[in-house]
Design a protein around this ligand. Structure first.
Ligand code: GH3
Ligand code: MG
Ligand code: MG
Ligand code: MG
Length: 311
């Protein structure tokens, strides 16, 4: 880790390194009408530490995909109810699975038929009998690249925080979990005060530095289980699982105070910045309404004079 990495960049690098050091095993969904064939494929993958789920009825594919959340799919070509390519087309129609790798595994040796199948949303074609090492390497490489791509797609490039779309997806998931487990859940919206002035007086690059500095501040001071997103330009959203609105307000108010004390190096004078924050807690409302309530509380914080946290 050499040279001119700034603090937020360094934190990101460390996160990436620790993540890859003990990352989750890959998950492969094996779809094959033959139980024997599916079991054979599963054994090979399991021997390499890859978690598998076999599916013999293609009809259940979308349901199992949603539940099992595989990194990739290994798909048979010929099945009684529908062909592999037909199923691949169906899977690709769901926006959640547009980029999940699909590897055909079949005894079909006709190159034209293989290419036809590839053109229907497949990424690779392995012919049976396949070399176990070839299968394992293909699955590992495809799964890792799909993970890298996904990790990249859900992040905001300036701060490395979750982007707008993904934080809303995470809020929905967290809402489902909180309701199921009967645990509290809070959602906070943060907006930097008079940010236009920062840009106007110190330039856009300085504005970007303040945004990065707040994002680093939030990462350092919130819990590891809290989820932080960049909601818009100088707006942030935080999901606080297992946290009541009162507890969330306490945490965010302490962050607010400390952030306001920071001096950001600038010319001709260092500058300080504050933020306002609105918080709402999940009860019976849907997560879209929860977001609106946090936004309304944020608006009240702005109207109340900024640099404050409101419930
Ligand atoms: P307040 O929220 O306190 O009401 O005032 P504000 O000045 O922060 O209000 P507003 O939300 O209207 O302005 C936000 C400004 O943030 C507008 C835009 O020029 C700037 N901005 C948005 N995205 C970025 C960004 O990525 N980088 C920088 N430097 N500025 C941004
Ligand atoms: Mg078959
Ligand atoms: Mg704003
Ligand atoms: Mg603002």
């Amino acid at each position: 880790l050499s040279g001119n990495l700034d603090a937020s960049c360094l934190l990101e690098k460390i996160e990436t390194l620790t993540h890859s050091a003990h990352q989750e095993p890959y998950r492969a969904l094996v779809i094959d009408d033959s139980r024997a064939q599916a079991t054979h494929t599963e054994r090979i993958l399991n021997s390499a530490g890859i978690i598998t789920r076999a599916l013999n009825e293609p009809i259940d594919a979308l349901e199992v995909l949603a539940e099992f959340q595989p990194d990739l799919i290994i798909l048979d070509l010929y099945m009684p109810d529908c062909t592999g390519p037909e199923l691949a087309r169906l899977i690709r129609q769901d926006e959640r699975y547009v980029s999940v790798p699909i590897i055909y595994l079949s005894a079909e040796s006709d190159l034209d038929k293989q290419l036809d199948a590839m053109n229907e949303g497949g990424d690779d074609f392995l012919t049976k009998p396949t070399q176990p090492h070839h299968l394992i390497a293909t699955v590992r490489n495809r799964a890792q690249r799909a993970r890298n791509l996904k990790a990249h797609m859900v992040r905001d490039s300036l701060t490395g925080l979750y982007n707008h779309t993904h934080i809303l997806q995470l809020l929905e998931d967290a809402g489902v979990r909180a309701r199921r487990d009967g645990r509290p859940l809070s959602f906070a919206m943060i907006d930097i005060d008079h940010f236009k002035q920062v840009n106007d007086q110190h330039g856009h690059p300085m504005g970007d530095r303040v945004i990065k500095s707040l994002s680093l501040f939030l990462k350092q001071r919130l819990r590891k289980t809290d989820l932080i997103g960049r909601y818009g330009g100088e707006e942030f959203a935080v999901i606080l699982p297992d946290t009541t609105a009162t507890a969330a307000a306490k945490v965010l108010d302490s962050i607010r105070q400390r952030f306001a004390e920071l001096r950001h190096p600038a010319q001709p004078d260092d500058l300080s910045c504050t933020f306002s924050c609105g918080i709402a807690e999940l009860s019976d409302q849907d997560t879209a309404t929860l977001g609106q309530e946090a936004d309304e509380a944020l608006y009240q914080a702005k109207r109340g004079g900024r640099n404050q946290v409101r419930l």
